[in-house]
Design a protein around this ligand. Structure first.
Ligand code: CP
Length: 310
C-alpha cells in the first residue's frame, strides 16, 4: 500500500481518503512501540535524512525513532555544524545530500515553501516537518490520530484552537485536517493573532476563549510563536495568560470530559497552567507517542514497505 504522491508537503492538498489511510496505517504501527523489541524489518536498507534548519525536540526525534523502528538508517544533519554556515544554499545542500542516495529527506525550515521547492528539485520523497507559519502536516496527522483514538471519531467533533493562530503552522494544518474529516473547528485568540479572512479555511472565529471552549470536545492550546513575531502582539505574558490562557478555573467552563491538546513545547503559566497540562484531561504526551506511529506510517506509505512489515 502506498500514497499516490511522491511527497508529504501539506494537509491542504491531502484528500479525506488519504488522511484515513495514513491514520489507519499509523494505528496498525502503534503496537510496535509497545513491544520489547521495537523494530520491524519493513524499511531495511533504506536511508532517511533529517534536515532541520530550526530547533526541534519532538518532531526530529520522532522521525528518527520512526525510521529506526522501521529498520531504516536515519541520518540527522546538524545545520550549525554543516556547510550551511559557509554559505551553501538549501538547494545545493539538498542536491548534495541527494547525491548520496537517501530514500527520503525530512525538512524543517523557517521559510514557508522550502519543502515544496526541495520536492520539485529532488527525486526522492520530501516530508515537510514544518515550514515557517505555513504547515506542519505530520503534527496535524498525529493530532487527528490522538483525537480519533480518544473520541472514537473525527466526524462531528468540536475542536477549539486557542492562541497565536497567526504564526502557527500547526493551526493551519489542523484547520485543514479536522475540517476535511468532518469536524467543526473554532479558532480563538487576540485580534492581533488571528489572520483576517481565516474563516475562508472553513473555521469559526472568536476572540472570546470562554465562548470557544464552552461546547468543545477538544481544546488545542498553542504557544505564542515569539520567534515569528516582528512586532509586539500583546502587552505582557501575564495579561495574555489571564485573557487567553487555559487554567483550572477556565477549564471549569468547558465540558467536563473535554480533551486537552498542545503540540509543544508548552510555556507553563502562559498559554496553559501546569495543573491543566499535567491534569487528567491532558493528552499532550499521547500526542507525542502517536507522533512516532504517524511518522512510521508516512515512511511506509511514501517509501513502500516489504510485505513482512508489521
Ligand atoms: N510539535 C513540534 O513541532 O515540536 P518540536 O518543535 O519540538 O518538534
Amino acid at each position: 500500500m502506498r500514497l499516490k504522491r511522491k511527497d508529504l508537503l501539506t494537509i491542504e492538498d491531502l484528500a479525506r481518503d488519504e488522511i484515513e489511510l495514513i491514520l489507519s496505517t499509523a494505528e496498525s504501527f502503534k503496537e510496535v512501540s509497545e513491544r520489547e523489541i521495537k523494530k520491524v524489518p519493513t524499511l531495511r536498507g533504506r536511508t532517511i535524512v533529517n534536515l532541520f534548519y530550526e530547533p526541534s525536540t519532538r518532531t526530529r526525534t520522532s522521525f528518527e525513532i520512526a525510521a529506526k523502528r522501521m529498520s531504516a538508517d536515519a541520518v540527522n544533519i546538524s545545520v550549525s555544524t554543516s556547510s550551511v554556515v559557509k554559505g551553501e544554499t538549501i538547494r545545493d545542500t539538498a542536491k548534495n545530500l541527494e547525491a548520496m542516495r537517501p530514500d527520503c529527506i525530512v525538512v524543517r525550515h523557517a521559510a514557508a515553501g522550502v519543502p515544496l521547492m526541495l520536492a520539485r528539485n529532488l527525486n526522492c520523497p520530501v516530508i515537510n516537518a514544518g515550514d515557517g507559519a505555513h504547515e506542519h502536516p505530520s503534527q496535524a496527522l498525529l493530532d487527528m490520530l490522538t483525537v480519533k483514538t480518544a473520541l472514537g471519531r473525527l466526524e462531528g467533533a468540536r475542536l477549539a484552537v486557542v492562541g497565536d493562530i497567526m504564526h502557527s503552522r500547526v493551526a493551519r494544518s489542523n484547520i485543514y485536517g479536522f475540517t476535511r474529516m468532518g469536524a467543526e473547528v473554532t479558532v480563538a485568540g487576540p485580534p492581533t493573532m488571528i489572520p483576517p479572512g481565516i474563516e475562508r479555511m472553513g473555521c469559526r472565529v472568536t476572540h472570546d476563549v470562554d465562548a470557544a471552549i464552552k461546547d468543545a470536545d477538544v481544546i488545542m492550546m498553542l504557544r505564542i510563536q515569539l520567534e515569528r513575531q516582528k512586532d509586539a502582539f500583546f502587552p505582557t505574558a501575564r495579561e495574555y495568560s489571564g485573557l487567553y490562557g487555559l487554567d483550572e478555573a477556565r477549564l471549569k467552563r468547558a465540558k467536563k470530559d473535554v480533551l486537552i491538546l498542545h503540540p509543544g513545547p508548552i510555556n507553563r503559566g502562559v498559554e496553559i497552567s501546569s495543573g491543566v497540562a499535567d491534569g487528567p484531561y491532558s493528552l499532550i504526551l499521547n500526542q507525542v507517542t502517536n507522533g512516532v506511529a504517524v511518522r512510521m506510517a508516512l515512511f511506509y506509505l511514501l517509501l513502500g514497505g516489504a510485505k513482512e512489515a508489521a
